[in-house]
Design a protein around this ligand. Structure first.
Ligand SMILES: [Zn+2]
Ligand SMILES: [Zn+2]
Ligand SMILES: [Zn+2]
Length: 285
């Protein structure tokens, strides 16, 4: 088993992954996940902040708002569409999107939806956006001009698909929503499992029943804001505890605040099978 990790270069990564199935580049069931952004709502650097993380010249300490691109076969699914969406699409030279999954209604996860106009032009059709009913209402409020009866020409064309906590299909890919709390029981987020890959962001608590859906994931991404406790996001200790429970072959932490510390230092404190994600990190498995 080989996992390729790309960051301006490619290395072969082994260790715990060596016991997995043999999947190599070019095979049909290969998945590629690219971290478009790995920062919390303010991104890093934070405007006006002089801390050592915001001032770091390590590119791995620069974090746009969290989002990933998942390529399965010949589909590309984007999870979340925050305010940095345009920049992320340009940086990764993404010219085609099949679907956007929105985890929840916070601005750092849907603020960039106006920019899907570019894909409306390229694809000649509305963008397919999947979210809960509550998030649909927020999208309609936020981008009300796109949902008028007779909209102004050129507004984003969004085809909303309502999801519940039940598996659904996008093309040939089955998507399993994983429901987690983002504060109290009135605020929840959807994480998503696609094949052996699970991505959960902005969670603070997850039930035993939902955890069962994640078990067996070979690659697991969890949000981890900082070391100190937080009311609505896992801190480092909580994210690592869940990683340890699920025991993926490889875990990645995302939605990271400048309060977490610098990439280089924090990385040394992590167990071997967990890494801090960083923008532009690309994994193929
Ligand atoms: Zn967020
Ligand atoms: Zn800072
Ligand atoms: Zn949030």
């Amino acid at each position: 088993m080989v996992m390729l990790i790309k960051y301006n270069f490619c290395i072969q990564h082994s260790g715990r992954l060596s016991t997995g199935r043999a999947i190599f580049a070019g095979q049909e069931d290969e998945m590629k996940v690219t971290f478009l952004g790995t920062g919390t709502s303010q991104g890093i650097p934070v405007i006006g902040c002089g801390c050592q993380v915001c001032q770091s010249d390590d590119p791995r300490d620069k974090r746009l708002r969290s989002s990933i691109s998942v390529e399965t076969g010949d589909q590309r699914i984007i999870v979340d569409c925050g305010p940095d969406f345009r920049q992320q699409m340009l940086r990764e030279n993404i010219t085609s999107i099949d679907a956007i999954l929105v985890t929840h209604g916070h601005k750092d996860h849907l603020g960039g939806l106006d920019e899907i106009r570019a894909f409306n032009y390229i694809n000649g059709r509305p963008a397919d956006v999947y979210s809960s009913f509550g998030v649909q209402q927020m999208i309609k409020r936020e981008f009300s001009y796109a949902f008028q009866k007779e909209p102004y020409p050129g507004v984003p064309e969004i085809n909303l698909h309502r999801i519940t906590n039940k598996p659904f299909m996008i093309g040939v890919d089955q998507i399993i929503p994983v429901r987690a709390l983002h504060y109290d029981t009135t605020k929840f987020v959807f994480g998503f499992r696609i094949n052996d890959f699970t991505y959960i962001t902005d969670a603070v608590k997850i039930s035993e029943a939902e955890k069962k859906k994640i078990k067996g994931s070979r690659v697991l991404v969890l949000n981890s804001l900082r070391k100190q406790k937080h009311y609505s996001h896992f801190n480092l200790e909580e994210a690592l505890a869940l990683m340890d429970e699920i025991k993926p072959e490889q875990g990645y932490l995302t939605h990271i605040s400048h309060q977490m510390g610098r990439y280089r230092e924090v990385s040394k404190e992590l167990p071997g099978f967990v890494k801090l994600a960083f923008d532009k990190l690309s994994i193929t498995f």
